[in-house]
Design a protein. Sequence first.
Length: 638
Amino acid sequence: MQKTFIRHTSVIISTAIFLTLFINFLFTLHTLQSQQFNTFYAKSEQIIHTLKNNQAELKIMQENLDVDYLTRAKAAAYIFDTQEEISMNTEEMQYLTNLLNVDELHIIDEKGFIVSSSVSKYIGIDMNNHKQTRAFLALLEMDGENAYLIQEPQPNAAEHRVMQYVGVLQKSKKGIVQVGFKPTRQMEAESRNTYEYIFSKFPTDTGEELFAVDTSTGEILGHSGGIDQAFQEEYYQLDQLWGCMKGAWKKGKNGKAMYVAAREYNHMLLCAALPQEILLQQLFKQVFTTLLYLLIIEAIVILFLNYLVKRKVVDGIHRIIENLDSITKGNLDTTVTVGGNQEFEALSRGINRMVRSITNSADRIAAIIEISGIPLAAFEYTPDTAHVFATPGLKELLALSDQTAEQFYSNAPLFDHYIREKMKHPLEGEQDIFQIDESRYVRIHMSDSPNKHLGIVTDVSNDIMEKKQMQYENTHDTLTGLYKFSHFKLLAAKLLQELPAESMCAAVMIDLDNFKSINDTFGHDIGDFYLQSFSHVMHRMPCKHFLTARRSGDEFCMMIFGCKDKNHVTDLLHMFYEALDDTPIALSPTQSRIIHASSGFACTSDSSVNIEELLCHADKALYERKRQAKGGFGEYLP
């Protein structure tokens, strides 16, 4: 019954909606043209206002510039009238040009010739020979001392450059002082007052055109898309535009209809044109928007009616199904609370008791693991649930923060990605042991099946740390922390085998000088301190070039690698000995000493050389060095 009622109601409301939509379509079609005309009228008002403002600003700017230019011309004339001793050569005139902040400066004699100028090639020009220059000669016929002429910007006679010239009479003698300016500001202001510039700055709708037409000639004065067009279409023709004063349809490009509106201003027509398809798009957009609102209203009404006819039992059943679905997905903390009648309340209590029984079993297992004292945790999740079941110790073993653990436990796919990424990188030499942080190592066992994923995580940090300590003690000298000689030979042999072409390495054998005397004089503790101090210097050597080890007693060895040539090897040895010299050690409260050591080295660039042979050569070089003189280093020479 509920579905039948909703179906019939939907048919009635839908019929009413489409009838309303048809009426709205007719009304919108009628008003859209009026809206478009009003929009154009508002834009034309802004365009006219912009034109008027630009004209006023241009006039004010020109008046201000005329006053400024005349002042500078009079200042130049005053200088020449009062400082007759000023030289009128080009250099001096250029200096005055810069001083007055003008572009050109000329002096014209009573015969109309330029006798001095900041532009040397202008000197000697006869002002009578060109209309532009001839205009200034009228000043020579005037009687007033303050006579002047401000000429409009125009191409000059000499080079046809657009300039603005200002001329004033000299008072000290008959002649004219003329200054010239590049009319940059005027030209920029005039360029901003063109129709094309103004149209380009006005926002237009998609496909909309703005243009201006001369009412006497029909010439297109400006167009929002530029005037480099043919403008042959009907809606550009003057005789057609007179009929568009209230808006009209005209033929456009390829016969497409254009809605055109025109307005007369200052001997021109300001016009706007919009393609028919754009208006139709606006029409359909408004109709679609109306349809959308009506459909939303229909949906709200149907939902409200559906709510009124639904029985509470339907809602109750839906809520129970939703709660059971949540529990099935692993959210065992979900509590079913569906009321409204006794049956739903009894069913809710039964479901809640069943869920509590399941969670209590899991808690008992976790408690048993905790009582056992074994650092162990377990987890379980299935492909079709979002929740991860985990014992309390899992987040500590995996070093997860409370926030991260909560995120993982509520998102099984995310936890699965994390645990499998972690298992891609086992500890070297191990299959199922993984490093969690600097001091935490765990063993992870996973059991996968199509329906379930089980995992056990065990803390094996103590075992791994003990194993690492044993490995360290097997390879490192206890007193100095350097490699043991046996391990050193393995590493050095590997470096020798991997020796790159055109590079060199060297084995170095070292013996501390006079160590027995220090040991006998200051005791074994100081002797050990002496050995440790020497090893500290070896530790400080850059590991990209030095492999260091203690051979036995006061004997040490090094492998120097990554060298370009023998000079590079000796440079590194010098660096080592300089570090020794910079490291004095205190043997007693009153006595300190620099560590002295003798060494021998053997170089090779052959990766096939046996490491034992190379060490033997270095040993011979050490013996030869100590035989000659203690201290420093010597090279093995075959």
